[in-house]
Every structure is written in structure tokens, then in C-alpha cells.
Design a protein around this ligand. Structure first.
Ligand SMILES: NC(=O)c1ccc[n+]([C@@H]2O[C@H](COP(=O)([O-])OP(=O)(O)OC[C@H]3O[C@@H](n4cnc5c(N)ncnc54)[C@H](O)[C@@H]3O)[C@@H](O)[C@H]2O)c1
Length: 265
């Protein structure tokens, strides 16, 4: 269903009760309780739920996942995304629920760890809903993610930095070609004998732009949905994946209301 967020739960519930598989836009639901209810209903009726986490089907995100899986980047240190533009103001959700589902679903797919806590700050300036937000997500082993979403930016920016132990990556989704650049840069610390003998060495090697598939993400995604239904496969963007994103959105909202209070997940 490609309808406003507040309608997702009732429409998906009705479809599942009538024996239909469901393809639902992001964010999956307005609350995690609704998401849990739909997942349970789908399981009981042996039906599929697929949440439109569109970016997982782009050549860029698939390439990044490949660079993580084949250890090109090494252990991930951080994920830092900027997704800002002017508008489009939504009536029923704030900027966090509108834009951050993209980053949170990508993060979930790339980092592949259960997040531990969320901190969010932001502000409402125009229509009573947060229109600027800075969200930090803490993962185990010091992996940290940061997402900057903003409806009040004069320019559109879609840039993600991923820092790894072995390589660092910049993904600029607005680039037509060379969306991803991988930098052979890094820092190594060696301890000398005394306290003041910390030896820092910087590595600055090659930069390369891996080839990124140019296929239409939504087409790839819908073919995948049909395949999952026909062959009884579990989609990577299934109900539980949608729920994981909704839980972070809820925590971000709570933290935002309490001016950056840390909210455990
Ligand atoms: N995946 C993406 O990249 C992406 C991009 C944009 C929007 N979205 C998502 O798509 C959804 C729709 O966003 P939009 O900006 O197109 O919203 P919108 O307000 O333009 O509404 C889309 C349609 O829903 C219909 N609609 C409204 N209430 C309905 C109801 N109760 N029953 C049936 N139809 C109803 C409207 O008539 C309209 O045609 C949202 O969940 C949004 O988050 C996803």
C-alpha cells in the first residue's frame, strides 16, 4: 500500500485478514505494537509482508553490502548519513518518520547488528512537527551511526560516509556515475615505551570507484516480492525488518521530545 503512514496498519490488517500478501510502504506502521500485530497475523495466515525499504534494492547499497561482506572495509567504525532537502512537509509524520526510515533500513542491512540505544535532538519550526533532526544510534563494539534529516535545507544532499578499519567509503547518491568512492585511508596507533610516545601513522593510498548496477530499484524489489511469494522465501525486508526500523523511530521520537535523552532499545 502506497498510502499515508497512518493508514498502513488498518489497510495491511484488512489485506492479511483477507488472505492477501502485503507490500507496504516505509515506515511499516506508526507504532511497534501495530507492527508486531501484523507480523503475528501474517505468520498465522502464512502470508508474506514486505516493507518498501527501496534502497536495499539499489546498486549502491548492494555494492556497499558486498564491500562489507567480503571484508574490503574491515570492521565498521561508523556510519554517517546526511539526507536533507527543502520539504516535502508531510501532514501525518515528522521528518524522522519521513526520511530516516531510508537510512535506518540501510544501516540495518549494512551493519547487521542489533542497536543498543538512540539519542535524537531536533526542532519544530514550521508546522508543529519536527523538521530538523540529528539521530545517533549506538551499536555493540563502539560502532556508531548518525543520521541527519532535514526538511529545511536550501540544497538537497544525499551523502553517506562509512568508516572502516581497512577502508573508508563515501556514497553520494546524487552522483550519476561513481556514486561510491572507496578510500584506502586509515589511522594506526602504536604505543611507544613512554606515555608521550604514542605513534600515530596515517595511511593515504588509492581511491577507487567500484561499478554500481544502474537497475531500477523498485522494479528489482517488486520482482523479488513476487519471487518470495511464489517460492515461499522470507524477504530481507520482511515484517521484522520493518519493526526494527519502527522501534528506532519510536526511540528517536522519545529522545527528541526529551531533548536528547538516551533511550535504550
Ligand atoms: N520508498 C520511498 O522511497 C517512498 C517515497 C515517498 C513516499 N513513500 C511512502 O509512501 C507512502 C505514501 O506517501 P505519499 O507522499 O505518496 O502520500 P500521499 O499523501 O500523496 O498519498 C498517497 C495516496 O494515498 C491515498 N490514500 C490516502 N488515504 C487512503 C486510504 N485511507 N485508503 C486508500 N488510499 C488512501 C491518496 O488518495 C493518495 O493517492 C508513505 O507511507 C510514504 O512514507 C515512500
Amino acid at each position: 500500500m502506497v498510502t499515508p503512514v497512518w493508514t498502513h496498519f488498518e489497510l495491511a490488517k484488512s489485506a492479511l485478514q483477507n488472505g492477501k500478501h502485503v507490500f507496504v510502504e516505509k515506515p511499516f506502521t506508526s507504532t511497534s505494537q501495530q507492527a508486531e500485530e501484523l507480523i503475528e497475523l501474517a505468520d498465522r495466515n502464512r502470508l508474506k509482508i514486505m516493507v518498501d525499504h527501496t534502497f536495499l534494492f539499489t546498486g549502491a547499497v548492494r555494492k556497499i553490502r558486498q564491500l562489507v561482506d567480503d571484508s574490503t572495509l574491515g570492521d565498521i567504525y561508523y556510519y554517517d548519513s546526511t539526507r536533507v532537502n527543502l520539504g516535502l512537509f508531510q501532514h501525518d509524520v515528522n521528518v524522522v518518520w519521513d526520511l530516516a526510515p531510508h537510512d535506518l533500513s540501510i544501516m540495518d542491512y549494512i551493519i547487521q547488528e542489533k542497536p543498543e540505544a538512540v539519542v535524537a535532538t531536533g526542532g519544530k519550526h514550521v508546522n508543529g512537527l519536527a523538521d530538523v533532526a540529528f539521530i545517533t544510534v549506538y551499536f555493540p563494539r563502539n560502532v556508531i551511526a548518525h543520521v541527519n534529516v532535514n526538511w529545511l535545507s536550501p540544497v538537497k544532499v544525499r551523502t553517506t560516509l562509512i568508516g572502516g578499519e581497512k577502508k573508508m567509503l563515501v556514497w553520494n547518491d546524487l552522483e550519476a556515475d561513481e556514486k561510491i568512492k572507496v578510500y584506502d585511508k586509515g589511522v594506526q596507533i602504536a604505543n611507544g615505551k613512554g606515555v608521550y610516545e604514542l605513534l600515530v601513522s596515517y595511511r593515504s593510498g588509492d581511491v577507487w570507484a567500484p561499478r554500481v548496477e544502474q537497475s531500477e530499484a523498485l522494479k528489482v524489489e517488486l520482482e523479488y516480492f513476487i519471487d518470495c511469494v511464489l517460492n515461499d522465501r522470507t524477504p530481507i525486508n520482511d515484517g521484522p525488518a520493518g519493526l526494527r526500523v519502527v522501534k528506532i523511530l519510536e526511540a528517536a521520537d522519545q529522545s527528541l521530545t526529551e531533548r536528547g535523552k538516551i533511550v535504550p532499545l
